[in-house]
Ligand binder design. Structure first.
Ligand code: DX5
Ligand code: ZN
Length: 227
């Protein structure tokens, strides 16, 4: 059985108080931090790059770092960039625990998976709403995680696309043990659809960062997946 994982997207946090925002969601029960990297080419928006991830890594140590008493987290880097292969070494070095590239952004996904794993971090592949799920069937056995986008990548706060759920179902049927992530528009109203389809890694930006009680939202998202 795959385990429920909630990954708040820091895109919805106040970038001037990033450390504080990250500690807040970790203390509220977040399993991972979802870090949206956008280059203004693959998507029509620019967010953050490796200097910020490196600084954040000092504020939020790796899960296995026993030398620090700070809140720790797994860094899930969602790379919405062209030529993702160019950035694997830098991101592995600056603190990524997982590198998720877009299928649409690379010519040789399997070579990229191998490159990512050679840096001893987890490899994941994302598909945009317009990309058929079949492209992941051959790659699936080599992946640590598949990401089915439930919005067009580029911006937080968009509406969840329920019509992506058959893709999640198809992946779950083929790969019972694979981590399957959904990203975009996830919150209390939409989580039942994603959980029923078989997603176990839930990205949630707006719904967690704007919540009065993030602990309650995170535990609700987790409990829906666990059922
Ligand atoms: C969109 C990003 C998402 C986004 C999710 O391109 O990949 O991670 O921040 O934000 P919400 O949860 O607000 O839809
Ligand atoms: Zn994302």
């Amino acid at each position: 059985m795959v385990r429920p994982i909630v990954a708040p997207s820091i895109l919805a946090s106040d970038f001037a108080n990033l450390e504080c925002g990250c500690h807040k969601v970790i203390n509220a029960g977040a399993d991972w931090l979802h870090i949206d990297v956008m280059d203004g080419h693959f998507v029509p928006n620019i967010t953050l790059g490796q200097p910020i991830v490196a600084s954040l890594r000092k504020a939020v140590p790796r899960v296995d770092d026993t030398s620090s008493s700070k809140p720790k987290a797994f860094f899930d880097c969602h790379m919405m960039v062209e030529s993702p292969e160019k950035w694997v070494a830098d991101f592995a070095k600056c603190g990524a625990d997982q590198f998720t590239f877009h299928y649409e952004a690379t010519k040789d996904p399997l070579a990229l998976v191998k490159l990512i794993k050679s840096h001893n971090i987890r490899a994941a592949c994302a598909i945009k709403p317009g990309t058929p799920v079949d492209v992941l069937f051959e790659l699936g056995p080599h992946l640590d995680m598949a990401l089915v986008m439930t919005v067009e990548p580029g911006f937080g706060g968009q509406k969840f696309m329920i019509d992506m759920m058959p893709k999640v179902e198809a992946l779950r049927n083929k790969f019972p043990q694979l981590d399957i992530q959904v990203d975009g528009g996830l919150g209390k109203d939409t989580i039942p659809h994603a959980a029923k389809a078989g997603a176990n890694v839930i990205v949630a930006g707006t719904s967690v960062f704007t919540a009065e009680n993030p602990t309650e939202v995170i535990s609700f998202l987790k409990s829906e997946v666990a059922e």
